[in-house]
Every structure is written in C-alpha cells, then in structure tokens.
Design a binder for this molecule. Structure first.
Ligand SMILES: Nc1nc2c(ncn2[C@@H]2O[C@H](COP(=O)(O)OP(=O)(O)OP(=O)(O)O)[C@@H](O)[C@H]2O)c(=O)[nH]1
Length: 461
C-alpha cells in the first residue's frame, strides 16, 4: 500500500494498526520458536549424553572381559530408548565389540534391531568427528555422541590405596533428530496458525473500531460534497459521536445554515430585482398598468384565441379630455395623481380577463376578451363597458397633493374621456391595423365634441 496514494481513512487506519502488529507478531514468534528449538536440541543432546554415560558405566566390565554377549544385551536394551538409532561399543584399540542399529527410515517406530552393517559408516569414520574434547557431532539428521569407558585402577605401589581411571573403551551413540524436527515443524505450524488467528481477530477488531471513526468521517465527507455541489439544505447528523468530529459537525452545520441564510437573502434580492426589471419592461411606472409592449403581446394572444374560438374581442382607445389644464394649474404631480385615479376607475370597470394598458400621456387602451360569437351582441357588450368607463371617468376628481413642505393641497378637477372601439375576430387584419382602427374611432369621438364613444366598423363586417 502506498501511503502517498489516495485511500479511504478506514484503509489507512487499518494498515497503520496492522503493520506494527504484524511486525510484532513475526518478531515474537521468531524469538519464541528460536528459544524452543534450542531447548529441544539441547534436550536431545543431554538425553544422548546421559544414555552414553549409562552405557559406558554399564559396559566397563563387558569391555574389560570382552564379553560381547553382555555388551550386546546392554546395547539392545538401550536401543529401545526413543530416538536412539545406533550404539557402538569399542575396546581401547577402537575394535568394535558391539554395533547395533535401528532402521533410520523408522526411527520413531518400534525398535528393530539389525545387525552391524558394513555399508554403514564404520567406527573409524565416526570417530573422526568426535573425541574427548568435542564429544557431540550434529550433522543435521543425526547426533553422534562420544563417551569414553573408563576403568578404575588400584595403585598397589602406594600405602594408601588410590583410585585412578584409564580409558578401556569407547561408546558411540547415534540419535535421530527426526522426532525433534517433527516436533519443531509441529510447533512452527501451531505458532503460525495461532498468529494468523490472532492477526485476523485483531484485524476484525480494528475494523470494528475503525467503523466508529470512519463512518462519521464518511458522513461528513458526503455532507461536504453535497454542500459543495450547492445542496445547502443538507444537515449532518452523525450516527456516533467522537468529540472532535462532533465539533467539526457543529461547525459544518452552522456554516451551512449561514450560507443558506445568505443564499436566501441573495435569492430574494435577485427576485426583487427581477420583478423590478419585469415591472420596468412591461408595466407603466406611474399607474402600474401594463405598458404598450405588454399590451401588444396580450393583443396578439387575444387575436389568436379569438380566431380559434370564433368569439369576438374588442379594443378601445381612450384619451382624457381637458387633462392638460390640471398640469398647467397645479403642476405635473397633480396631473400624475389624476392619471393614477383614472387608471383605477378604468380597472374597476373591467373583468379579470380584460386588460387595461397605459399607452402614453393621457391615453389608455382597453382589451376585452371573449365577448360573443355574434357581431351585434359583441358590439353591445363593448359599448356597455365603454359607457361604464366613460361615466366613471367623467366624475369629478378630488385629489390631495402633499407638497414638499408637508402641506396638503386639495384639488378638484373635471375631465372626461373620448373612446374609440373596434372589434376583431377571424379576420386577416394585423394588430397594428386594429390599433389604428380604434385610434381613428377615438379621434372621431374627439372631433364630435369629446366625452363620447365611437365604434369603427371598417374592420368588422
Ligand atoms: N402629469 C402628467 N402629464 C403628462 C404625462 N404624460 C403626458 N402628460 C401631459 O398630458 C398632456 C396631454 O395633452 P393633451 O391630450 O393634448 O391634453 P388635453 O387637455 O387632454 O387635450 P385634449 O385631449 O384635446 O382634450 C400634455 O400636456 C402632456 O404634457 C404624465 O405622465 N404626467
């Protein structure tokens, strides 16, 4: 695993905790096994030495008297000891008196005594490896042990009897390391298995412990990703809490909440600005009625709907009569108040589906939708509405103007309206032509003495 590479925190923590554990387990196991193996080897050698000493002690007389039968019996008994594979007893000239061996192929099995075999290493060859000063030779499979047979001597030429020893023979014992090696490999496997079980168990414990850390960290990282992609409504709720992570979570939640508030504020400002732009683009700033652009749009929609349904619509052109004097007498602001009042009076005469727009100056346009399929009936309805408007607009205006110094000026003004109407339905006329038609009718109303309604029937046969 590369620590510089990108990995989850869980894997990092698992590796960081497992790596030292692995090193420790291998180290401890090596130390323990080395110690145990040494003990086993040492036990075998000690046992071999003991056996060799016992044979040497027991064979002194046999060697001295060259009683091969007794020596053979002694060797046979000793050969029954575990791991002993050969026993050789030699006299002081290193002539073999007894040479018994057990099959090397089955050293742990029942002792099968086989007679001396000339193909096996002769005593002289074995003696090359061992002597009084270096009595143990280990060739990896067999341990050879050298033990001198010492004979006691009584010194007759001295008044005091004194025991001294001289070497009367030699015992060579060979022990197989087969059982020891098997035990060693058994120990090795037990130790490896125990270590593996320990490591696996510890790994799962580490995973469990990791989960307590990694799960909340993962939850936090998902939440931060969500916040980064603009989802400010997400809130982190940790399933388990570690003090530092809880502090981090609170910080993130607080930051998200502040960002959300900022975003909402910004959004409401954008909405307001958009609304204002919309107002400026499609509505008259003084009366808040639709402006000429929006009217043209609605007229186009109304004409299309009328063509589809076969039901007449009507367009009225209105111009206030004698508006100018209020400007001249009381100022533009007073004129504005009258225009606002006039707009309100016209709106009050209309249905929800109709539109009144300020066309400019003291001119208004009214769009009536879905009148009737009959031309006559539609004319009547349009006339009826126009009459309502005309009557409403000719009422005296009582306006209150607030001056810059805060004083209030009450104004009473009278002005009426001249209204031109034109109807439209399934005709190949343009919106512009309908406007001109209504304007022409309004002009006729003006020419005819004002405060009246005129219908232009040129477009509508
Ligand atoms: N107060 C105010 N006056 C405006 C506004 N726009 C245009 N006017 C004035 O409205 C007047 C309209 O002129 P006219 O229609 O000729 O005046 P009128 O007295 O109604 O004349 P007739 O229509 O012939 O009866 C002009 O004096 C414009 O300056 C506005 O937004 N506010």
């Amino acid at each position: 695993m590369m620590f510089g590479a990108k990995h989850s925190i869980g894997r990092h923590v698992a590796w960081l905790s497992l790596f030292p554990l692995l090193i420790m387990a291998i180290g401890m196991e090596t130390f323990y096994l080395n110690d145990r193996f040494k003990d086993l080897d040492s036990d075998l050698i000690q046992r071999g030495k003991l056996i060799a000493r016992q044979i040497a002690a027991g064979s002194e007389y046999g060697v001295f008297s060259r009683n091969k039968e007794a020596l053979r019996e002694l060797a046979e008994k000793t050969l029954l000891e575990p791991d002993v594979v050969s026993i050789m007893i030699l006299d002081d000239n290193f002539t073999v008196l007894t040479d018994l061996r057990r099959a090397l192929a089955n050293p742990a099995g029942n002792a099968v005594v086989i007679p001396a075999d000339t193909s096996k290493p002769p005593a002289q060859e074995l003696l090359q490896h061992v002597d009084y000063y270096d009595p143990v030779h280990d060739n990896g499979k067999i341990i050879l042990i050298y033990q001198p047979i010492l004979g006691s001597q009584i010194m007759l030429d001295s008044l005091e009897s004194k025991n001294s020893y001289r070497q009367v023979g030699t015992v060579l014992v060979q022990l197989s390391k087969y059982s020891t090696e098997r035990l060693k490999s058994k120990l090795l496997w037990i130790s490896i298995s125990a270590s593996l079980i320990f490591i696996i168990f510890t790994y799962f414990l580490t995973l469990l412990a990791n989960r307590r850390i990694t799960t909340p960290v993962e939850q936090l990282s998902h939440a931060i990703k969500a916040i980064g992609s603009g989802n400010l409504d997400s809130r982190v709720n940790l399933s388990s809490c570690i003090t530092e992570l809880c502090t981090l979570t609170d910080g993130i939640n607080q930051m998200t909440s502040e960002l959300r508030t900022e975003r909402d504020l910004m959004q409401s400002r954008i909405d307001d600005a958009t609304q204002q732009l919309r107002e400026l683009a499609f509505y008259d700033t003084l009366t808040h009625l639709p402006n000429r652009r929006l009217l043209e749009d609605r007229l186009a929609q109304s004409m299309a709907a009328s063509k589809r349904s076969g039901i007449y619509g009507a367009l009225m052109f209105l111009d206030l009569d004698n508006f100018k004097p209020i400007n001249d007498l009381y100022g533009h602001a007073a004129g504005d108040l009258l225009l606002i009042e006039a707009a309100q009076r016209i709106s009050n005469c209309l249905r929800e589906m109709d539109t009144v727009a300020r066309f400019g100056g003291d001119e208004f346009v009214v769009l009536l939708n879905e009148l009737s399929a009959e031309y006559g009936a539609s004319t009547e309805q349009a006339h009826f509405v126009a009459e309502k408007i005309r009557a409403a607009l000719e009422q005296n205006y009582f306006l209150t103007q607030i001056k810059e110094d805060g004083t209030r000026v009450h104004i009473e003004h009278h002005c009426s309206s001249s209204i031109g109407i034109t109807l439209f339905m399934d005709h190949d006329v343009l919106a512009e032509e309908i406007m001109i038609s209504a304007d022409t009718a309004m002009y006729q109303a003006k020419q005819n003495g004002r405060n009246q309604i005129r219908l232009n029937e040129n477009n509508n046969a």
